[in-house]
Design a protein around this ligand. Sequence first.
Ligand code: OMP
Length: 232
Amino acid sequence: MPESTDPRDRLIVALDLPDVGQAERLVARIGDAATFYKIGYRLAYAGGLDFAARLAAEGKKTFLDLKLHDIGNTVEEGVRSASALGATFLTVHAYPQTMRAAVRGRGAGLKILAVTVLTSYDDADAAEAGYALPVADLVARRAEQAAEIGIDGIVCSAAEARAVRTRIGADRLIVTPGIRPAGTEAGDQKRVMTPGEARAAGIDHVVVGRPITGADDPRAVAQRIVAEMEGA
Ligand SMILES: O=C(O)c1cc(=O)[nH]c(=O)n1[C@@H]1O[C@H](COP(=O)(O)O)[C@@H](O)[C@H]1O
């Protein structure tokens, strides 16, 4: 994908809020400081899909973070339904069967992102889930498979961005959650980097939720994150 010319597009604000009213108020407070919003299943199950379609109709970019994973037919048809919502990105888990189905169901204009290993996982969590590989190796393997299958972008930690880039080439996207401006709480995130470190590692977009949604001045935090990436 060609590089976006608007630096604000690099920041995706995760609208992990309990209802559409709160999401609307946050989007209004952030104003033109952000152009791209993620709707995950906290909001999606509370009217967020209609809200996402409205945001898209108003000219914002939207990311449906539904992390689909099911039998192929269900994923393919689910992706086909989601394609009608006017979103820019949709997530699926990076299992080969799931990724192939998502590519089959993808409509024009919708990019599929494959979630490799969640940023709340470290090696011990991966081992507990039954994986023999360390997280970095699992991310690399899934990124390679995603590229072979024709997935548009990878979700991983910024710590893996350089290794992922060598495996997926320049034309696929790297989208990284687990981003924390210096001095903010990591919370349940384990593989964390700052916005500037992530940008320097070659990511295309960062996803930031609580450091913005929980801020006294969310607009100012969004502006600082964009500026930090521009300076990186
Ligand atoms: O797919 C995602 O967006 C995602 C993948 C991942 O590995 N880790 C991760 O944190 N996310 C999402 O990114 C957002 C991060 O939120 P904060 O930790 O509040 O910044 C949440 O909405 C997560 O659901």
